[in-house]
Design a protein around this ligand. Structure first.
Ligand code: DQA
Length: 143
């Protein structure tokens, strides 16, 4: 039986491909979902990719992962920089959690430099584009 991993994408990531392509690339969120499911299959992982612009729904999904002890890959998007409720939810995860940012938040506007989530995750992958999600899955598959 494959191990399950949940990939959670926060606000505006549903617009990947159309949103600031010079920063986030031209791959759509639907394409990202297919790519991660396929890559997960190669790694022996059952990958469930979800995206929401709703804070309430994101917190419910994190609670679900906490209750099931499912490893998580999360891109909290703009919430990374200020949302303590999302950070508090992530802090409840006992299985590994990897935070991914497509862009290099350290080289962008000052308000993006700090993530309130990072203190509660196992590790962070920043600035490697969509490959960051695959690298997170690969790490989870081998640890
Ligand atoms: C992002 C970086 C955030 O600053 C931004 O708000 C996003 C995407 C990234 O993946 O690079 O929505 O998390």
């Amino acid at each position: 039986m494959s191990r399950s991993v949940t990939v959670l994408n926060g606000p505006n990531l549903g617009r990947l491909g159309r949103r600031e392509p010079q920063i986030y690339g031209t791959t759509t969120h639907d394409d990202l979902v297919l790519r991660l499911i396929d890559y997960g299959r190669e790694l022996g992982l059952n990958v469930d990719v979800r995206q929401t612009d709703s804070e309430e729904l994101m917190i419910a999904w994190i609670h679900e992962a906490a209750d099931k002890r499912t490893p998580v890959v999360i891109n909290p998007a703009a919430w990374s920089h200020y949302n303590i409720a999302i950070a508090d939810a992530v802090a409840q995860l006992e299985a590994p959690c990897i935070e991914v940012h497509i862009s290099n938040i350290a080289t962008r506007e000052e308000f993006r430099h700090h993530s309130v989530i990072s203190a509660y995750v196992t590790g962070t992958i920043v600035g490697l584009g969509l490959r960051g999600y695959e690298l997170a899955l690969s790490w989870l598959a081998t640890s």
